[in-house]
Write a protein that binds this ligand. Structure first.
Ligand code: MTE
Ligand code: MO
Length: 471
């Protein structure tokens, strides 16, 4: 019986991520995963746990809490942890690595949905400014925050398999630097609104703050690819996707056209609002794909692969796709398109009573693909009549297209004029509704039901708010 082999924790520790034969512990059993790494669906991420317990990592990925996964692992069983090293029959917790040990402290003003991994949205006040300050920029982490030295390397893998590596210094000094202002929005922004209209969606219940705008600085990806030897003006036909891999194992990809287009403005950023990118947002390097869903703007960027296929990560092949309202449990993940450019969306972020009566309403509006917001319509009777909000026109260098949101304002005068406080019945009647239109004249649907999808992605119906909810 293999379990008769007793293995000391100190011995397991020697079989860490860089050893020739990496081992992991699950419960009190020890496994040699060397031959599994190639076949592990999550790739090399499992090495993060090598030399110690895999349990805290597998807790993060619910996908592992299945018998079939445990059965696979059982193939690689080599022994049990020596009872001398156990406490109450388990590996003592001070011997178990905490995946989140390098996570930074977060600003208490962020509205946290989860802390491990950190998922936190930008508070209303911070959504009212064109540039979102770094400390309150929303955080969407699928895993832990990797701790990286300032001079990590970025590797580019060309279609023929050749690799070219750049240091951060190279990226800052060998290439022309570009600064562009771009919005990032999570595909799940406003999911909570879809849930309250339709009853049920799975995923983080974001309100209106999984969006933000920052100024990003770094070289163009196009220039780096070209320098590495990729013919950006005449790409070979089998070079179809640019895959990005993060240091903690997150991965995603974009079509090659977006990466090489002189109007794509894809940046390998080292600065966010003229500061080194904060840890939560990808320190020291992240890709910024303006106009696309933020899921493609991979943080803690480790490598870039030019490929004939999309990234094989679950974040490319599964999570960020959309389906018809009836396709619940019958989703065809193979044929559905990955979300790339974002559709038009808008939201109310604050309703403030004015001294002179009435209310000042503020919000944002954004569309993907560099399509500028051209109009925001506001109704105070749930869509029977409409007026236009005032759009703010900030001065910002967005590069070749309109990559940022627009802030808007709208004044609601007190119904029937005069009184400082509207009566409660007047307020009850007042349902504020907002919709935006982009330069392609795309606009938002009225209701969530026809765009319902079980994952709650792309929640873009009119934002409707009873004014009595004003804060
Ligand atoms: N990159 C890595 N490496 N890991 C991640 O978890 N999350 C993605 C994207 N890039 C993610 C990532 C998603 S879904 C979003 S919405 C944005 O990063 C969030 O970026 P932010 O945290 O800087 O706001
Ligand atoms: Mo996201």
């Amino acid at each position: 019986d293999v379990l008769e082999r007793k293995i000391r924790l100190s011995e397991v520790k020697k079989h860490g991520p860089t050893s020739e034969r990496p081992w992991v512990i699950r419960g009190v059993k020890v496994y040699d995963i060397t031959d599994w790494i190639q076949g592990h669906p999550g790739g090399e991420v499992i090495l993060r746990a090598a030399g110690g317990s895999v349990d805290p990592y597998w807790k993060i990925f619910g996908i592992h809490q299945k018998q079939e996964v445990y059965d696979i692992l059982e193939i690689y069983l080599i022994g049990a942890v020596d009872p001398q090293d156990l406490k109450d029959g388990a590996v003592p917790s001070d011997n178990i690595e905490d995946p989140f040990e390098h996570d930074p402290k977060r600003d208490p003003k962020l509205h946290q949905h989860t802390s491990r991994p950190c998922n936190a949205e930008t508070p209303g006040e911070a959504l009212a400014t064109f540039i979102t300050p770094n400390n309150v920029f929303y955080v969407r982490n699928h895993m832990w925050v990797p701790s990286l030295p300032p001079n990590t390397h970025l590797t580019i893998e060309l279609p023929d398999g050749e690799e070219v590596t750049y240091t951060l210094k190279d990226l800052k000094e060998k290439f022309e630097q570009h600064t562009i202002t771009s919005t990032l929005q999570c595909s799940g922004n406003r999911r909570a609104h879809m849930t309250s209209s339709c009853g049920n969606t799975s995923g983080l219940q974001w309100q209106v703050g999984a969006i933000g705008t920052a100024t990003w600085t770094g070289p163009y990806l196009r220039d780096i690819l070209s320098h590495a030897g990729f013919p950006v003006s005449s790409p070979p036909p089998d070079a179809k996707h640019i895959q990005f891999l993060g240091h903690e194992a997150y991965g995603a990809s974009i079509p090659v056209q977006k990466a090489i287009s002189p109007n794509g403005d894809v940046i390998i950023a080292h600065s966010m609002n003229h500061q080194p990118i904060p840890k939560d947002h990808g320190y020291p390097l992240r890709v910024i794909v303006p106009g696309h869903v933020a899921a493609r703007s991979v943080k803690w960027l480790k490598s870039i692969v030019i490929s004939d296929e999309e990234s094989t990560s679950q974040w490319q092949r599964r999570d960020y796709k959309c389906f018809g309202p009836n396709e619940v449990g019958s989703e065809n993940w193979e044929t559905a398109k990955s979300i790339q450019e974002m559709p038009v969306n808008s939201a109310v972020t604050s309703i403030t009573p004015r001294k002179e009566g009435g209310f000042l309403v503020k919000g944002w509006a954004y569309s993907g693909g560099g399509r500028e917001i051209v109009r925001v319509d506001v109704s105070t009777d749930d869509g029977k009549s409409w007026n236009q909000a005032t759009l703010e026109l900030p001065e910002a260098n967005m590069g070749s297209k309109y990559w940022a949101w627009k802030q808007w304002q709208y004044n609601i005068d007190t119904p029937k004029g005069g009184s400082t406080q509207s009566t409660s019945t007047e307020k009850e009647k007042m349902i504020l509704a907002v919709k935006a239109t982009d330069e392609a004249y795309n606009t938002q649907p009225k209701d969530f039901q026809p765009i319902y999808n079980a994952r709650g992605n792309l929640a873009i119906a009119w934002h409707r708010v009873p004014v009595e909810d004003a804060v």
